[in-house]
Design a protein around this ligand. Structure first.
Ligand code: PGA
Length: 242
């Protein structure tokens, strides 16, 4: 896996944004997947500003959501849907609903949700580009430690670390125990995967990701087996690397 280190989270987000813009210029009908969470927000903002200035046109792209907390919808601030729509989809004027496929965390039939999202991706072939944060336990999306590697979309029991970390996203108290997520197979098959991390709190998991052979115990290490993976980190997230 290629590692690119940047002096600040802002310069990292600019570089990631420029990379995505180039990709969309080369393939305007790309299928893109951006994680929710804090990590991609600066990059998403960079992309929105570029779109508003006419530097990039997402009009022919499609988008698929990475994951969602089961039981949460857009009305819960901190849900993946709320984050992606408020920070990106609703701010890019050329986007329409038909371009976006996002898990409904409130769906009664979660298996049908998995099937719907799998079919959307299959219709496009594979995901062209994924921007993934790295969880404190190494999860990618809600592919938690111990994840089977042979799954597309699936419903997951959340790891204790994920439940503990989840409070940072929500203003109100929410009780989350399950997630719905794209699977490791989607990550393996994607044309390009970008893992991203910034800040000192990610330094340990960044080091473990780099130092550990690919294993489900640390799902971020599995990205090394994907076709084309790059890791973008800032100085602080890379501070434990030699
Ligand atoms: P974060 O989350 O971007 O909010 O740090 C990453 C993750 O848990 O996948």
């Amino acid at each position: 896996m290629n590692i690119k280190k940047f002096s600040t989270a802002v310069s990292m987000a600019e570089a990631a944004g420029e990379h995505i813009i180039e990709l969309v210029k080369k393939k305007p009908e790309s299928l893109l997947c951006f994680a929710g969470g804090e990590t991609p927000l600066l990059t998403l903002n960079y992309l929105v500003e570029a779109a508003l200035k006419g530097k990039v046109d997402f009009g022919k792209c499609s988008f698929v959501g990475l994951d969602e907390w089961v039981g949460l919808g857009r009305e819960t601030k901190g849900s993946c849907r709320q984050t992606l729509f408020d920070y990106f989809f609703d701010r890019v004027p050329e986007l329409t609903d038909s371009q976006i496929c996002f898990f409904d965390g409130l769906a009664n039939d979660l298996d049908a949700e998995c099937k719907r999202v799998d079919e959307f991706i299959a219709k496009h072939g594979v995901i062209d580009f994924m921007l993934l944060g790295i969880g404190m336990n190494g999860h990618l999306g809600f592919n938690e430690p111990g994840v089977p590697t042979d799954k597309y979309c699936h419903v997951v029991d959340l790891d204790s670390v994920t439940k503990k970390v989840s409070v940072k996203y929500f203003d109100e108290e929410v009780n989350v125990s399950k997630g719905i997520s794209l699977g490791i197979k989607h990550i393996m098959e994607a044309t390009e995967v970008m893992l991203m991390a910034y800040g000192e709190k990610k330094a340990d998991i960044v080091k473990r990701t780099i130092d550990t052979e690919p294993t489900s115990d640390v799902p971020s290490t599995l990205a090394k087996n994907s076709k084309n993976a790059v890791m973008f980190i800032d100085e602080a997230a890379g501070s434990q690397l030699n």
